[in-house]
Design a protein around this ligand. Structure first.
Ligand code: UT7
Length: 331
């Protein structure tokens, strides 16, 4: 049987550190509130003097992967870029990134599933590979949320940061890689978490700018509750379907949106917190990128065969969980 396995991880976060202290000069907030209620100390921001667009971060992430892993860009057959903040509505950031990194034999497209983007993209890549038609797919997941964050809204601006991760997926007949996944969405209530400006309902205009429609807005309490419920249920259902005990799980990698969400998921799913990858304090919520950035930071502690559960929740609503057996030992 063919499985799709992650054989390499790369990531990049921009240089500029936006601290809670600096945020406190922009909106009515403070380090103590943000640390206690969200768990973030700083987030990285892509400043124009460093680079522009999510493809800038993606190229850096792929260069990072290439510097540490065996990787021939010409062998990549597809590039799937999960992002809510592409460089442009068109052309795709996937195509731009592929051209700049030499993945010139690949077909490329962007996809949007907000903070669940990485697990959605893995699902698609897995389908391509297990079909037998494709052997090497690059999944890129990145966002420049600072481009769509309202730095006058204290309900959203402390949360978001910029970053990008990437994962090389390859076909294998070994019993490793993506084993199963549960991926869901519910578009019944876009009003709870949205970014309305610039689409076909509200094409960009002076009015959409005046109404601040080109920024993300959320009802934080509702999103918080749905996030915890959905991530816990996806993980529970996935374990049950695969006859796996909670004790068998080596690592849980949750989307990093709020430290209290992560703690609630760990508590309700009943996994010890030291099996949960957490780096929200350093990077905040980088949307599609949080999970691959965690895998990248923990790469040296992951071993071949480790049972890893990825779980995410985001705008859409979108959510789900992926069960994989890690594909390689640390080098
Ligand atoms: O990635 C998927 C998308 N997003 C998420 O998953 C985020 C989910 N939601 C959250 O993380 C949290 O709901 C927030 C961080 C957005 C807000 O935290 P909260 O603990 O739910 O706060 P709240 O909205 O219930 O507000 C509590 C109080 C309010 O004051 P009053 O009305 O009680 O006087 C807010 O005005 O905290 C106030 N507040 C703040 N105070 C200082 C809200 N934001 C801030 C702030 N600094 N930045």
């Amino acid at each position: 049987m063919i499985h799709a396995v992650i054989t390499a991880i790369g990531a990049y976060v921009p240089n500029y550190r936006l601290t809670n202290e600096e945020l406190s000069t922009l909106v009515e907030t403070n380090d103590e509130w943000i640390t206690k209620r969200i768990g973030i100390k700083e987030r990285r921001i892509l400043k124009p003097d460093e680079g522009k667009g999510v493809s800038y971060l993606a190229v850096k992430a792929i260069e990072d992967l290439k510097s540490r892993h065996d990787f021939n860009p010409l062998e990549i057959e597809a590039v799937i870029f999960a992002t809510t903040t592409p460089d442009y509505p068109l052309p795709s950031s996937a195509a731009i990134t592929a051209a700049r990194t030499g993945m010139t034999n690949a077909f490329c497209f962007d996809m949007e599933a907000a903070c669940s983007g990485f697990i959605y993209a893995l699902e698609i890549a897995n389908g391509f590979i297990v079909s037998g038609k494709y052997k090497k797919v690059m999944v890129v997941a990145g966002d420049v949320l600072s481009a769509v964050t309202d730095y006058q809204d204290r309900n959203t601006c402390p949360i978001f940061g910029d970053g990008c991760g990437c994962a090389l997926l390859e076909a294998t007949t070994e019993e490793i890689g993506i084993m199963d996944s549960i991926i869901r969405s519910d578009g019944a209530n876009p009003e709870y978490l949205h970014y309305y400006g610039g689409g076909s309902v509200h094409p960009a205009s002076y009015e959409t700018v005046d109404q601040r429609l080109h920024y993300i807005w959320q009802d934080g309490r509702i999103v918080f509750k749905r996030a915890v419920e959905s991530m816990v249920k996806s993980c529970e259902d996935l374990l049950k379907r695969n006859n796996l005990s909670k004790e068998a799980v080596d690592w849980v990698v949750p989307h990093q949106a709020n430290m209290r969400i992560i703690e609630a998921v760990a508590r309700q799913f009943e996994v010890p917190i030291d099996k949960v990858m957490i780096n929200i304090d350093k990077y905040g919520n980088t949307s599609a990128a949080t999970i691959p950035i965690c895998l990248w930071e923990w790469e040296s502690r992951l071993h071949k065969g480790d049972i890893v559960l990825l779980t995410a929740f985001g705008a859409g609503f979108t959510w789900g969980a992926t069960y994989l057996k890690w594909g390689y030992d640390p080098t």
